[in-house]
Design a protein around this ligand. Sequence first.
Ligand code: PNS
Length: 169
Amino acid sequence: MNGPESEESQLRRAVCPGSFDPITNGHLDIIARASRLYDTVYVAVMINQSKQGLFSVEERISLIQEVTAEFGNVQVEAFHGLLVDFCKQRDIPAIVKGLRAVSDFDYELQMAQMNIGLSGVETLFVPTNPTYSFLSSSLVKEVAQWGGDISHLVPPAILAALNDRLGQR
Ligand code: PNS
């Protein structure tokens, strides 16, 4: 095949999906590593209407854009629906996920098998940097809420946003 369309389809794209309420250094490490392996990395903020977030989807997107700007090949979008549909609409063949521990594996494997069965989209697992293997957005929020130091667990912009939001309560 010739022409711009075929060149476009040969570009390597991947997606890092999640709730990102808020993004942590653990997420950022996976996105940074994916951005070195792929031409374009989409960060998909998956909307879950049954979960009330600390940050709105728009706020999460803007924070993720701020902390991933330096990578130069990361595109941040929100999506309401199945992750495989997000992938299909953008011609993304691969999902990149971090695995923190064996306890993550069961559910991640189920999702990966469901997703490949639904659409043929592959899931690639990246071992989380051990520095962040205990880290989750929920824990960060809980510790921050009680005044614990989380400055080594989130980027400065996220720390400021958390302090701002929790200070308003
Ligand atoms: O950060 P999270 O909440 O652990 O991320 C989970 C997420 C959003 C990646 C997962 O729940 C997901 O892919 N949701 C989108 C809806 C979907 O495709 N569900 C079927 C998964 S097999």
